[in-house]
Design a protein around this ligand. Structure first.
Ligand SMILES: Cc1ncc(COP(=O)(O)O)c(C=O)c1O
Length: 391
């Protein structure tokens, strides 16, 4: 069996834990991929109540009808017409992605995905005998964008699927609505499945979120992925969902029944209340916007780091290619040495396949403002010290 790569954020947290234990250095964690707030009270209370009422058995494989209905309503109000029967609730968005790949990818199939991208897309495609084909994102003044000539070149008779993520991990890009529209058009024209991971859809600071569900003909070609982990800070609850044509959802339900039976019962009860918690979500997004601005301003002070202000998600993806060449360092060594010397965790861009990330690090701003200031100051010190010792 193909040997899968694991979740790299944990690797760097472990290095930091050791450094902190051995040398007492404070850890500042910019590696984190989750909001730093506890799941909102209304949601917690509903799950507790479900437990107290003994709601502890299996649920339908597709998830509770009431939750599927709520998800369909949320998507219909915000993006496009979705019915309950278009929805399967899964244990986290990762499982949603997995079911999508499992159902459609056969050995030899090619899957085009963004470079950089969330690491598990390529890993799961490889596990299933498919071939990830990477589409480099271009960095320009305003952000990252897709190269449409390259997409045309990359599409082959073996291309089965195009995977996109918007807003984007790791760059924090919110892609221009016209770009998303073109990606939708290409998928339709070339008869390719479009898997769109929109798990950060509420983390939008400027600009308009364009969802693939806005196309009235989305059922013809779309696998839509979203979940509760980020919007409602429910990472540990493990709840995500796929939206697709009804017959596809039925097949996924059969897979689900064979693999994990159903998502956790009382967690689903909590998630039903999450749709009444958008006041809390708004508050969190406003807080993150402020932190984004603080991190962006602080990073301007660090020599030889070039950063674009992200419009979405909660990541910044500074370019450090020039710095790395000056220091004669690879990005992975940069991240490891930064932890060992200053206790600051960043994620080397190379863990987001394939090539683009080698010149970047990812920083999450789901971190307290004072820690952002302290952490970036320490990065600046690290860069200065390294540059001097290199002379
Ligand atoms: C782009 C993207 N998709 C999916 C996931 C997985 O989410 P979940 O925790 O719901 O499995 C993440 C988590 O970091 C992500 O960044």
């Amino acid at each position: 069996m193909y040997e899968l790569a694991g979740e790299s954020t944990l690797v760097y947290q472990e290095i930091a834990r050791k450094v902190s234990k051995e040398r007492g250095i404070k850890t500042i964690n910019f590696g984190i991929g989750q909001p730093d707030v506890v799941t909102f009270k209304r949601i917690r209370d509903s799950a507790i109540q479900a437990l107290e009422q003994g709601f502890t058995g299996y649920t339908p494989a597709l998830g509770l009808d009431e939750l599927r209905e709520k998800i369909a309503q949320y998507l219909t109000v915000n993006y496009g017409d979705v019915k309950k029967d278009n929805v399967i609730v899964t244990p986290g968005a990762k499982t949603a992605l997995f079911l999508g790949f499992l159902l459609f990818i056969n050995p030899g199939d090619e899957v085009i995905m963004q470079d950089p991208s969330f690491y598990s897309y390529a890993e799961v495609v490889r596990l299933l005998g498919g071939k990830p084909v990477f589409l480099k994102l271009n960095m320009n003044q305003n952000g990252f964008s897709h190269d449409f000539e390259a997409i045309e070149r990359l599409i082959s008779p073996k291309t089965k699927m195009l995977v996109i993520n918007n807003p984007h991990n790791p760059t924090g890009s919110l892609f221009d609505p016209h770009e998303i529209e073109r990606l939708m058009e290409i998928s339709k024209e070339k008869k390719i499945i479009l898997m769109s991971d929109e798990i950060y859809d509420n983390f939008v600071y400027e600009g308009k979120m364009k969802s693939v569900l806005e196309d009235p003909s989305w059922t013809d070609y779309v696998l839509y992925i979203n979940g509760f982990s980020k919007t409602f800070s429910m990472t540990g609850w493990r709840l995500g969902y796929v939206v697709a044509r009804e017959d596809v959802i039925k097949k996924m339900g059969v897979l689900a029944g064979n693999i994990y039976t159903c998502p956790t019962s009382f967690a689903q009860k909590g998630a039903i209340s999450s749709f009444d918690s958008f006041d809390n979500v708004k508050e969190m997004i406003n807080l993150f916007k402020k932190r984004r601005d603080v991190m962006f301003n602080e990073l301007q002070k660090v020599k030889k780091i070039r950063v674009i202000k992200p419009n979405g998600a909660f990541y910044m993806f500074p370019y450090i290619g020039e710095l790395l060449r000056d220091l004669k360092m690879e990005v992975k060594d940069f991240s490891v040495e930064l932890i060992k010397s200053k206790g600051v965790i960043t994620i080397p861009g190379e863990v987001f396949p394939k090539d683009v990330g080698k010149d970047f690090v990812r920083l999450s701003f789901a971190v307290k403002e004072e820690d952002i200031k302290e952490g970036i100051t320490k990065i600046a010190e690290f860069v200065d010290e390294k540059s001097q010792s290199d002379r």
